[in-house]
Write a protein that binds this ligand. Structure first.
Ligand code: PMP
Length: 422
């Protein structure tokens, strides 16, 4: 038994399924998870010192690559100042100011520890602000594991709902309506029926948790228009797209101003940070000014704030241009391989991309969950194992997207080509 298998066997005895987050478990694969011991730039190294070109990149936070030296230096300095105070400190102030100066609609921000926490607070805030209970979400969007977001559509467009996790009470599920992405009539129907009960619509403006389900601009603008007309708030969950699709994420890209935005991942540069941001009027409904309660022992942790600021400071317009160029290089290499490898064995697989996010899909033109062919997982798992054996690491699940970083430069694209064809 090799070292990875040994560690996984031990892990399974003491941790549910051997993992601390389900997607890490290689479920449905014949291989067992790689245990990563160290990382650098675009590369991850496992406990047997095998190297992988990493396209999982911690599921998104590491837009600069692993161990970016500027972030590392800031972290070293931060360590010497102590790593948790539970009191006011200047570091979160700098990060908040940096963001507020660059994203026009944001007047106030509060830092939490994860994307899940950010969404949980955004929903409570929307309910507190509107004095309404119903939240509209879309099937195919993931918003973390807070109870009210673990809901899938029942029968009918906006009819009964049921929980997609055991442990979520029906009483909670009943307040979440789930609609199909990119279907305008369903949205209009929903507002007609539930208008005065809807506190907020929450959406990933670039849904990237069930593959990459790119939405039409018409649909995204309709979310803004309808929510405004009916007195509901629009929450953009930019945990993945924020600071990745340009600094201002999808709100900047589409020109749509949400009422509340949630962030995670890049905002902490690889340390645990989430954030809720909005206008001062809405944000000041949070405690201690307002009556919507939210708190956190480790919130605005000084190490995490330093890593976040050091990361965001490097995200200049030039950096995004470079990232797009690096991404295109990588996509070209992958596309050629998909077309020609082993007599066209994977030529049915498309690479769907949006800036530095990509997804291997069994066809093009996929904009909602119902468009995804049932062959996806089988085809992906086959390809995933071949790539892993070649030293190329994708997130181990067909529905996860890939992430390119600023460490995935021309040299890495060349190395990718070499490994793919070896
Ligand atoms: N919202 C979105 C859009 C996400 O992609 C994620 C995580 N992938 C979350 C919320 C939850 O964030 P976290 O895992 O940090 O709790």
């Amino acid at each position: 038994m090799n070292k990875q298998n040994e560690l996984f066997e031990i892990s399974k005895k003491i941790v549910p399924g051997g993992v601390h987050s389900p997607v890490r478990s290689f479920k449905g694969m014949t291989m067992t998870p790689r245990f990563i011991e160290r990382t650098d730039g675009a590369y991850a190294y496992d406990v047997e010192n095998e190297s992988y070109i990493d396209f999982c990149m911690s599921f998104g936070p590491l837009i600069l690559g692993h161990r970016d030296r500027d972030v590392e230096n800031e972290l070293k300095k931060a360590l010497e100042r102590g790593w948790s105070y539970g009191a006011c400190e200047p570091y979160s102030l700098k990060l908040a100011q940096f963001i507020i100066e660059r994203i026009p609609f944001i007047e106030q921000i509060r830092f939490v520890n994860s994307g899940t926490e950010a969404v949980m607070t955004a929903i409570r805030l929307a309910r507190g602000h509107t004095k309404r209970n119903t939240i509209v979400k879309f099937s195919g969007c993931y918003h973390g594991h807070t109870d009210s977001m673990l809901i899938k559509a029942g029968s009918g467009l906006a009819g009964t709902t049921e929980a997609s996790s055991s442990g979520v009470p029906a009483s909670v599920a009943n307040d979440t309506l789930v609609l199909e992405l990119n279907v305008l009539v369903a949205l209009e129907d929903c507002f007609r029926t539930h208008s005065t009960n809807i506190a907020a619509i929450i959406v990933e403006p670039l849904p990237a948790n069930n593959g990459l389900l790119i939405q039409s601009s018409e649909f995204l603008h309709a979310l803004r228009r309808l929510s405004k007309e009916h007195g509901a708030l629009l929450i953009f969950d930019e945990v993945i797209s924020g600071f990745r699709i340009g600094f201002g994420g999808m709100s900047e890209k589409t020109g749509i101003t949400p009422d509340i935005v949630t962030y995670g991942k890049i905002i902490g540069g690889g340390l645990p940070v989430g954030a809720i941001a909005s206008t001062r009027k809405i944000m000041e409904e949070l405690a201690p000014v307002g009556n919507v309660y939210q708190a956190g022992t480790l919130s605005a942790n000084p190490l995490a704030m330093s890593a976040g600021l050091a990361t965001l400071q490097k995200l200049t317009p030039e950096a995004y241009k470079k990232l797009d160029n690096y991404s295109d290089n990588i996509y070209n290499v992958f596309r050629e391989w998909l077309r020609d490898f082993d007599k066209g064995r994977f030529k049915d697989i498309e690479l769907i991309t949006h800036n530095s996010l990509f997804w291997f899909a069994p066809k093009n033109n996929i904009h909602s969950l119902k468009d995804i062919p049932s062959t996806l997982t089988k085809r992906f798992n086959e390809m995933f194992e071949i790539l892993l054996n070649k030293g190329i690491y994708l997130a181990p699940n067909a529905y996860e997207v890939g992430f390119i970083s600023l460490a995935h430069d021309e040299k890495v694209a060349e190395e990718l080509e070499r490994r793919l064809w070896s």
